[in-house]
Design a protein around this ligand. Sequence first.
Ligand code: LMR
Length: 324
Amino acid sequence: MIASLLLTAAALTPVTSIARPVEIKFSHVVAENTPKGLMAEKFKELVEERMPGKVKVSVYPNSQLFNDNKVLEAMLLGDVQMAAPSLSKFQSFTKKLQVFDLPFLFKDIDAVDRFQQSETGQELLGSLKKRGLVGLGYLHNGMKQLSSNEKIVTPDQIAGKKFRIMTSDVLQAQFEQVDAIPLKKPFSEVFTLLQTRAIDGQENTWSNTYSKKFYEVQPYITASNHGVLDYMVVTSAEFWMTLPDDLRTEIKRAMDDAIAYGNAISKKKADEDRQLIAESGVTEIIDLTDAQRQAWVAAMKPVWKKFERQVGKDVIQAAEASNE
Ligand code: LMR
């Protein structure tokens, strides 16, 4: 009798006692065939291969779930567990990351990489902790270029033109410095704004400009390499710290491997996408001479001083040192 009661009880319990897999929703705004899109897919593949049945990853690309301006709030509410917003989109959480937006601070993506891996760079990875977010690593996209309706070679040719920017006060100051009109708009709206000529241009990487077809509605791209567009992969402290230790370690390892993969392909992707835009015949790419580039540096560099207090002189100096 007792045995059969126990059996009946056992038969009733499994439904509630089976451990459900941990669910990770990874939300991003770019296309799948970009460094971030490919990194997110790699992360899913590694996690599900290494932790079968224990962790499930769903990737939502193309702003399907949230745009980058909303995703961090959603993360704190537990509606999404991972994202990798551009470093320009954290300013309401910390001012320190604004260092990455300072124009002409990094000579190339290798210098950016050296800075990110430096002691200061690693400290910045922890700068969101007080606001409940954990930085899991930096991911490269690449250097930004200026696309436009009209040919732009010198800084005075940009005056009076409307440019879409990410939600960053540094980027706003950068365009105001050359008398252009910056407009903070979500990534998902850029194509339509360009197509309808509501704006004259935008700044972005080769991979975003190619994968989102911005070049199809922009006859000119100035290869200015004036700034960097990289990401921080983040999760919420609440989600991260409630994971069992072994899973957290394994998930972090999978993320490190996925980031290494994304970083390794980012440079190749930038070169390939620049080439594809050039071959399209739709857009003219303007390379600047050293003297022409120098004129842009001189015009935009005063922005550094304006943000020196917020960012920290030491942080700017550490970033500059990574160019050597
Ligand atoms: C942008 O808004 O232009 C970028 O941050 C998009 C992205 O995530 O690369």
